[in-house]
Design a protein around this ligand. Structure first.
Ligand SMILES: [Zn+2]
Length: 170
């Protein structure tokens, strides 16, 4: 079992120390992500690598999580694997973002930072717009079966025309 990540860290200090960090964070404690899911089960597995490249302090890492989303074919729960990989430049002021090398995305921080926000932001970026089972789900198959069966009229046994009798009266 991996241990749970701390909530608050000083990202600048960690970058200056070239620290690494790994751990888990429960999906149930990521409310903005949770709004996109059908269940709060599971946890995010997180690997963080802090450091400095030239004058750029960075946070690189990977986050993976198996989450439950509503399948858009059968409306049952489907497991979706989220995998995020990111390189964030840690900057204090967005005005300095033009000094950051292109390979980084920007994370504006005062240093002390609520780590689950990073996890949540990165996972939300990789949530698929539409989720579905990666196999032909059972209800999908049922749907094919219950399609209305077109009644074939027996050509040889034509029903009497209801207006035929009416014609005799005229
Ligand atoms: Zn399905």
């Amino acid at each position: 079992m991996q241990s749970r990540l701390p909530e608050y860290c000083d990202l600048f200090q960690l970058a200056d120390k070239s620290a690494t960090m790994s751990g888990v964070w429960p999906i149930a404690k990521l409310p903005r992500l949770l709004a996109l899911l059908s269940s709060d089960v599971g946890e995010a597995v997180v690997e963080f690598e802090f450091g400095k490249s030239g004058r750029t302090r960075f946070l690189k890492g990977t986050i993976s999580a198996d989450v439950e989303m509503e399948c858009q074919r059968c409306l049952e729960s489907a497991t979706v694997s989220l995998n995020a990989e990111f390189s964030l430049a840690l900057i204090e002021d967005e005005l300095n973002s033009n000094k950051v090398p292109e390979e980084y995305d920007i994370l504006v921080t005062e240093g002390r930072h609520f780590l689950p926000d990073v996890i949540e932001d990165e996972l939300i970026l990789v949530v698929p717009l539409v989720a579905s089972h990666d196999y032909e789900c059972s209800s999908y198959l049922n749907q094919q079966v219950v399609e209305p069966v077109v009644q074939q009229q027996d050509e040889g046994e034509k029903k009497p025309n209801p207006f035929a009798a009416l014609k005799d009266l005229l």
